[in-house]
Write a protein that binds this ligand. Structure first.
Ligand code: CUA
Length: 181
């Protein structure tokens, strides 16, 4: 091959190299922007729990599910995602307040998102899925299961009832439940 031809090939390869570096840099910048500015991050909480005795474990017993204001003021909603329902079906949380959602599954992989917010996580049996968030709007937000989990998947949904902060009234035990559910 002539020197000219080889030069052309080298230039073409360098051009494609530059295009690749530019594309990878752009994607990295978008990932960093989404994480830093938009708070879109992969779930990073790694906490194991035995799915077989989830209902007997300290945290996810039926009496401990739903919204609770902890002794330190932290507001946590605990939900079990199971084929094919969420327990409880509705949780009350205050707006404009840092809250934590904690979910686990005793059976198969489920997933949740809270419509209109950036809350989105998988719920994998054996692990606690944890999301910290602040709800900015009040109202009943739909929380469907977004991971196909069996024949009843499409029926699997819950409500996150976001109330104004002054209407968030936990009882003496620190618990709040949806009145109509
Ligand atoms: Cu649970 Cu789909």
């Amino acid at each position: 091959m002539s020197d000219k031809g080889e030069e052309r090939i080298v230039r073409s390869e360098l051009r494609w190299g530059a295009v690749t570096i530019a594309a990878v840099s752009l994607i990295m910048l978008m990932v960093i922007f989404a994480g830093v500015a938009m708070h879109i991050n992969p779930p990073s909480n790694i906490e194991r729990v035995n799915p077989q005795d989830l209902h007997l474990s300290a945290e996810f017993t039926e009496a401990n599910l739903g919204t609770k204001v902890e002794a330190d003021g932290q507001i946590t909603a605990r939900i079990v995602a199971t084929q094919f329902a969420f327990v409880p079906r509705c949780v009350v949380l205050p707006a404009d307040t840092p809250v934590t959602l904690r979910l686990s599954s005793p059976d198969v992989i489920h997933g949740i998102l809270v419509s209109g917010t950036n809350v989105n996580t998988m719920v994998v049996p054996g692990y606690v899925a944890q999301v910290h968030t602040v709800f900015r709007k009040t109202g009943d937000l739909l929380m469907p299961c977004h991971e196909f989990c069996g024949l009843g998947h499409s029926e699997m949904l819950a409500t996150v009832r976001v109330v104004p902060r002054d209407q968030f009234a936990p009882g003496a035990d620190g618990r709040v439940a949806c009145a109509d559910q």
